[in-house]
Design a binder for this molecule. Structure first.
Ligand code: GDG
Length: 465
């Protein structure tokens, strides 16, 4: 079996251990352990001098972690700049937020070139290279320009926007040419895949051969042939079911339960990001209390929102907005013995979170756009099958394509989300069980192992030309 080389912006810190690692890190590690290989990317460290050092290597069994530091300039232009102020908002349909600058685009290219330069000496001819996410779109082309002929795949963790959105990016054609340097391009959903195929047809006059729902689409563009396919990412379902059961005995879960004194709980868990629809979610909860006052002093809303990308102005702004909003709503409805919104800017361990999910009667997941949204899947997996909570899920999360037994909402329609909350809080047990069972069937058949294996299998079959 060929060795796997995984390239991602961040390499999950080795000493964080399994507990702290997110779903993706677990999937990547499992794939790497199977085949042996390298996990290559940024160390997470920013240094003052120019980035030119050699990768730092750590061997753990058959697995090598190889990481590079970024200079302050590279961090600003590549990471904060083009990746997070241009591509992230663009791919999440927020054209009004995109920063357009030649400087950051060049910084993005430069860092991808620098990373590729440093990976080349570590590669063997038979390796398979699997590149992750929007930070590293040009990486494959940079490797090819350096003579690499290995099989190369890319997986996009964000949505892929409709062509009408993508063309707002100057040099969008160049970005898609870079994407077409891979042999395999994976998306979360068929909606993303269709947007990519539409771009190829409309903007490039390229050819698209549809091979059916599981077969993906063969793309002929820029003189190359590649396979584009949907691979909906998932969670380690069975493992999480087990964790959630034992988490009910943990001290944190007990404390949460005691603090509710019989009240019901709605939970949201998201990185603090404007794509997650948090202001609209807070307003929907406010609307619930205003329209259905019987829930006052009877329901609490716990929102866990660890800060992220704190150097980017839009993230500073959303943080301020949410503090003000939660303060105002709490001021309007709170009683001396009840605070409606418990808004927390910090993170918790996976086990603690699993206990919180299981305690909550409603999981409220309302992004304005999301590639997949793993929280939705985690919430469902953590429920007690005999008395499950209800998932309220945005139609604009990739997860809504699979979890169609959730209460699907339009997150912009605040009154409708409030009504869905009301329906969730009053849903009879048989309906809750039926919806939960339907979603669990999907999460069991399509777990993170399925995702990893189907992607690696498709990459093994490359090239497609
Ligand atoms: C990107 C795409 C796509 C959150 N708070 C804590 C915590 N988390 C964990 C969750 C979940 C993960 O972080 C977040 O994953 P999401 O999928 O919900 O969202 P993004 O971070 O935006 O991820 C997304 C994903 O990539 C995978 O492809 O689904 O669409 O945007 O696992 O549980 N984990 C812990 N403490 C926290 O406080 N331990």
């Amino acid at each position: 079996m060929s060795r796997l080389v995984v390239v991602s912006n961040r390499v999950a810190p080795i000493d964080e251990g399994k507990q702290a690692a997110g779903g993706l890190a677990v999937a990547v590690l499992a794939a790497l352990k199977k085949t042996g290989g390298i996990w290559f990317g940024w160390s997470g460290t920013v240094v003052e001098e120019e980035s030119q050092s050699e990768p730092r290597r750590t061997d753990v069994g058959r697995l090598t972690y190889a990481t590079l530091d970024l200079s302050r300039r590279d961090f600003e232009e590549y990471y904060n700049g083009f990746a997070n102020q241009t591509l992230w908002p663009l791919f999440h349909y927020r054209v009004g937020l995109i920063e357009v600058s030649r400087r950051t685009r060049e910084g993005y290219k430069r860092v991808n070139g620098y990373f590729a330069e440093k990976l080349v000496p570590l590669l063997s001819p038979d390796d398979m290279v699997w590149v992750h996410d929007y930070h590293l779109i040009p990486f494959g082309e940079e490797l090819r320009q350096r003579g690499c002929t290995q099989r190369m795949g890319f997986f996009l963790h964000t949505p892929f926007p409709a062509p009408e959105i993508l063309v707002a990016l100057p040099n969008h054609r160049e970005l898609i040419r870079e994407l077409c340097a891979y042999d395999l391009v994976g998306f979360h959903t068929h909606v993303d895949l269709r947007s990519f195929a539409d771009y190829i047809r409309q903007e490039l006059d390229g050819e698209v051969e549809d091979r059916g729902p599981e077969g993906g689409m063969l793309i002929h563009a820029f003189g190359r042939t590649l396979l584009a396919r949907a691979f909906p990412i998932s969670i380690d379902t069975e493992n999480l079911v087990g964790i959630a059961e034992t988490a009910m005995r943990s001290r944190h879960t007990q404390r949460l339960k005691e603090s509710l004194v019989g009240r019901r709980l709605i939970i949201g868990v998201d990185r603090l990001d404007y794509s997650k629809g948090l202001p609209q979610r807070f307003q929907a909860f406010e609307q619930l209390l205003a329209t259905y006052p019987e829930h006052c002093n009877r329901v609490s809303f716990l929102q866990v929102a660890p800060p992220s990308r704190e150097d980017v102005p839009e993230y500073i702004a959303i943080k301020r907005e949410l503090s003000e909003l939660s303060g105002r709503i709490n001021g309007r409805f709170a009683e001396f013995d009840w605070v409606p919104i418990r808004y927390l800017n910090k993170s918790f361990g996976r086990r603690v979170l699993a206990g919180f999910y299981r305690t909550a009667h409603v999981g409220l997941v309302t992004p304005l756009r999301d590639g997949m949204n793993l929280v939705a899947k985690e919430y469902v997996a953590c429920q007690d099958a005999d008395d499950p909570g209800v998932l309220v899920l945005s139609t604009f999360a990739g997860a809504a394509r699979e979890l169609d037994s959730a209460l699907i909402v339009n997150p912009f329609d605040i009154e409708a989300v409030a009504d869905a909350l009301q329906r969730a809080l009053t849903m009879p047990l048989p309906e809750r069980k039926e919806r939960h069972a339907a979603m669990m069937r999907i999460l069991r058949s399509h777990d993170i192992g399925w995702w990893r294996e189907s992607y690696v299998d498709a990459l093994t079959r490359a090239p497609y030309g």
